[in-house]
Design a protein around this ligand. Structure first.
Ligand code: G1P
Ligand code: ZN
Length: 543
């Protein structure tokens, strides 16, 4: 088999965002586009003699891209690739496999929760040897390389059979085609009380519905919940990964997981409902007529961690991203453990996890995780909740309400304005930035600004600095508005507004979030002129 060295010219737009390179399928399928980026990865990371993990969420172009990457890995001297059968591996499974096999890193083909199919998005994420997303220094270096690339290496070989388990040789590269689920399932068994959860799920009195949204979680949920834990067949819905996710938007939130939400808020709903996203790292938790905000979910997991075998001996600390509500901060204070506030994006948790500074962490964007891997983990959160429910034998709603009674309720909402004009979005942010020094002390009705800044973060482990991570306006009555631009969108700019209001009094914890936050939403408009700059009357998505 010959190694081809193929001349190429750079594409300018290969700068990875917070979650890797994410582009429309049509962009990725341009001549040598994928090859350029993959060669840039190999050139930067150093591929000779290395072991890598490779998998994807099964979206359109996954299998074709796998073939290209495998042949390029062989031509670049990679020694071994652990490949999920059918080219499938969830993001958490990749993270676990990198750690298990002490691999140099991994490549995950996914655009996470973005739609798939011919008209959808594709993505390439690079993970490092700790199993977590590549740090910015590495993605910057990959980007720099992509801007001067002039050739790539590829083996002239027939396609690899992605579906047959076992070892295959491609030149000097050994490809181990593995069951995508087995190692992940074993990891979950090591963390949770499977006997107890099994009693709950197979006992007949408790009904559960997990919607995989035709994405990669399906095979994992079928094995874990239905085969290993004995939940009735049918517990997992839309469990077969499809290239276009059935035409849906594989994002577990109140807008995109509509069918599950209708079920859980309809007549005679199951006791527990959950959904996950395209690559299996996000989760949404629901009870009967009850939605658990991701911020509350993180806090509740932290408060109940002692009920779960893996966390029985206590938590080292917890962390949340800036826009995530401070619900977990109160639990940390009660437990007497540190709570870190990081910028958006999972990579900031990686250092804290590696250093053993935290055990649990999460984001408001339906991401929750722990120290077992270095990515957020959708099914892990589902199993954590089921473990708590199996011990406490209360409803989801009872658990949430008791939590609010103890710690207070953090009313919370996020408003996304998607696909807006880049320049106008930047002008809104610039204008807000220029207002920041003038805001503290100003009152808007009962809301007096206490602090206003553009969040800067110094990593407590390596000292690195990240600036301009989100504009926060904090009020004296423990309310908050955060403004930031998305780093993951592919069409136009996305402006995100995050609203939070604290209510310690149980008699005032029964409003809807939109009622409780109405004043703050009006205030954001007053301060930032959102309608004017976005040219929209209302947000595209509210979560
Ligand atoms: C979004 C979420 C963020 C998450 C990221 C990757 O990023 O808001 O919390 O880490 O996706 O899943 P954003 O588009 O806001 O930059
Ligand atoms: Zn995801």
């Amino acid at each position: 088999m010959n190694i081809g060295i193929v001349a190429t010219t750079p594409y300018e737009d290969q700068k990875p965002g917070t979650s890797g390179l994410r582009k429309p399928v049509a962009t990725v399928r341009q001549f040598h586009y994928l090859e350029n980026f993959v060669q840039s990865i190999f050139d930067t990371v150093g591929s000779a003699g290395q072991t890598l993990v490779l998998g994807g969420d099964g979206r359109y172009y996954n299998r074709q891209a796998m073939q290209i990457i495998l042949k390029m890995a062989a031509a670049n001297g990679v020694r071994r690739v652990w490949l999920g059968q059918g080219g499938l591996l969830s993001t958490p499974a990749v993270s676990g496999l990198i750690r298990k096999h002490r691999a140099r890193g991994g490549i995950i083909l996914s655009a996470s929760h973005n739609p798939g199919g011919r008209q959808g998005d594709f993505g390439i994420k690079v993970n490092g040897s700790n199993g977590g997303p590549a740090p910015e220094s590495l993605t910057d270096a990959i980007y720099a390389r992509s801007q001067i690339i002039d050739c790539f290496r590829i083996l002239d070989a027939p396609d690899v059979d992605l579906d047959r388990l076992g070892s295959v040789q491609l030149g000097t590269l050994t490809i181990e085609v593995i069951d995508p689920v087995a190692d992940y399932a074993a990891l979950m068994q090591s963390l949770f009380d499977f006997d107890l959860i099994g009693d709950l799920l197979s006992g007949g009195g408790f009904r559960c519905c997990v919607d995989a949204l035709h994405a990669v979680t399906g095979p994992y949920a079928h094995v874990l919940l239905e085969q290993q834990l004995g939940a009735p067949v049918g517990t997992v819905r839309h469990g077969t990964p499809l290239e276009d996710f059935g035409g849906g938007h594989p994002d577990p939130n109140l807008t995109h997981a509509r069918e599950l939400v209708d079920l859980m808020f309809g007549a005679d709903p199951p006791d527990f409902g959950a959904a996950s996203d395209g690559d299996g790292d996000r989760n949404m938790i629901l009870g009967r007529h009850c939605f658990v905000t991701p911020s509350d979910s993180l806090a509740i997991l932290a408060a109940n961690a002692h009920l779960v075998p893996a966390y029985r001996s206590g938590l080292a600390g917890v962390a949340r991203s800036l826009p995530t509500s401070a619900a977990v901060d109160r639990v940390a204070a009660a437990l007497g453990i540190p709570c870190y506030e990081t910028p958006t994006g999972w990579k900031f948790f990686g250092n804290l996890l590696d250093a053993g500074a935290i055990t649990l962490c999460g984001e408001e964007s339906f991401g929750t995780g722990a120290n077992h891997i270095r990515e957020k983990d959708g099914l892990w959160a589902v199993l954590f909740w089921l473990n708590i429910l199996a011990v406490r034998r209360q409803s989801v709603e009872q658990i949430v309400r008791q939590h609010w009674q103890t710690y207070g309720r953090h009313y919370y909402a996020r408003h996304d304005y998607e696909g807006i004009d880049h320049e106008r979005a930047n002008r809104l942010i610039e204008r807000l930035r220029s207002q920041l020094p003038t805001l503290p002390g100003r009152s808007f009705g009962p809301y007096t600004v206490q602090l206003s800044d553009d969040f800067s973060y110094q990593d407590p482990i390596d000292g690195s600095l990240s600036h301009q991570q989100g504009i926060r306006i904090q009020f004296s009555n423990e309310s908050r508005i955060v403004f930031r631009l998305s780093g993951t969108g592919t069409h136009g700019a996305t402006l995100r507004l995050y609203f939070e209001r604290y209510e310690p009094d149980p008699r005032r914890q029964n409003w809807s979030a939109s009622q409780a936050l109405a004043d703050l939403i009006a205030l954001a408009e007053e301060i930032a002129q959102v309608r004017h700059y976005t040219e929209r009357d209302r947000p595209t998505v509210i979560t």
